[in-house]
Design a protein around this ligand. Structure first.
Ligand code: G3H
Ligand code: 13P
Ligand code: ZN
Length: 334
């Protein structure tokens, strides 16, 4: 059993309370490799932002769970080396799908876990989430649950259609399970294709697809039921069109990729939404930079020469999200 506290990590409790009060959201960035992690930490240190490092089940399978955990431990030391005396870094399991997976992460030093029982019948979701909370809280690890279903792929769980969270269920769910935060479904979804062209309108000046707005009425109803309770938004990439254009101009083929407009995320961040999950935008920033490098210099074969620009582009993206979308800059507690 390794305690996250020995690794210099923190759980989400204090940072969420401060974020809800302050009307901003903490960035939750997924990572699978060193360049992503470096870019996240550089961005968080430069902006003086708390940050959540998210590891999905797919990331564990790709990069090895032990290696990822040591990388997160290294990230704390790296942040200090970059000049942040008291970094606030959470190591979080994204979309945990079983008690055993959550327990294994807690036992190896994660400070926060998500148990995603959203695809289960309500009572089973409650029972599974409660079991994870009871174990996690013994070690002061915080737990995110989910109610409502996001369309698209949630790690290995795929849903054809989204089902908005039912505001009438949230008090019962939070009370029975004891979760520390709740992921809800209000129209976001995972990946770079969040809406079909049929669901969108077309902006006459730019010709770009404009997606339908998020269900802010559902969010407001949830906030009324649970005043001040930390709410989480998954599937919150905006799919920057300039990255999509760079990818397509350099041999890629991403057609009709569309995300959540940043002004809607800014609005959500000012409410009880205090954690915003972003993964796809980082993938796009990385891919765009790599494709551009190869197109401009087909003879290049030193990975540092294409992963370096990819890291720079991701860092730029993370800083933009922190400062212009989530508002978590200059919010370190110490
Ligand atoms: O919610 C899903 C995250 O973007 C993680 O994706 O399962 O492909 O690592 P992944
Ligand atoms: P995106 O695919 O919109 O980046 O969402 C990521 C996410 O929700 C991770 O849990
Ligand atoms: Zn997610």
């Amino acid at each position: 059993m390794i305690s996250y506290k020995e690794l210099g990590l923190v759980n989400t409790r204090a940072m969420f309370a401060k974020a809800v009060d302050g009307g901003y959201a903490i960035p939750a960035f997924n990572f699978n490799n060193m360049e992503q992690l470096q870019a996240i930490i550089m961005a968080a240190v430069e902006t003086k932002s708390p940050v959540i490092l998210q590891v999905s089940k797919g990331a564990r399978n790709y990069a090895n769970q032990t290696l990822l955990r040591y990388m997160a431990q290294g990230a704390v030391e790296y942040a200090k080396e970059l000049g942040c005396a008291h970094p606030e870094i959470v190591l979080h399991l994204d979309h945990g799908d079983s008690f055993e997976l959550c327990k294994s992460c807690i036992d190896m030093g994660f400070s926060s876990v998500m148990i995603d029982g959203s695809a289960l019948p309500y009572d089973e979701n409650v029972a599974l989430t409660k079991k994870v909370v009871e174990y996690a809280h013994q070690y002061d690890v915080t737990v995110e649950g989910e109610l409502g279903v996001l369309a698209g792929v949630e790690d290995e769980v795929a849903a054809e259609e989204s089902h908005y969270t039912k505001p009438e269920e949230v008090i019962d769910f939070v009370t029975k399970t004891g979760v520390d935060s709740l992921a809800i479904s209000i129209g976001t979804s995972h990946g770079a294709y969040k809406f079909t062209p049929e669901q969108c309108t077309v902006d006459p000046t730019t010709g770009r697809l404009v997606p339908p707005p998020l269900a802010f009425d559902v969010l407001e109803a949830i906030e009324k039921k649970l005043p001040g309770f930390p709410i989480v938004l998954h599937g919150s990439s905006s799919v920057p069109q300039e990255e999509v254009d760079t990818i397509n101009a350099n041999g890629g083929c991403l057609k009709a990729a569309v995300g959540i407009p940043e002004e809607q995320l800014r609005k959500a961040a000012k409410s009880a939404v205090c954690k915003i999950n972003i993964d796809s935008d980082s993938r796009l920033a990385m891919t765009a930079a790599i494709r551009k490098t190869f197109a401009e210099n087909p003879a290049e074969f030193d990975p540092r020469k294409y992963l370096g620009p990819a890291r720079d582009n991701m860092k730029k993206l993370y800083i933009h999200k922190i400062v212009n979308v989530l508002g978590s800059n200059d919010k370190l507690i110490n």
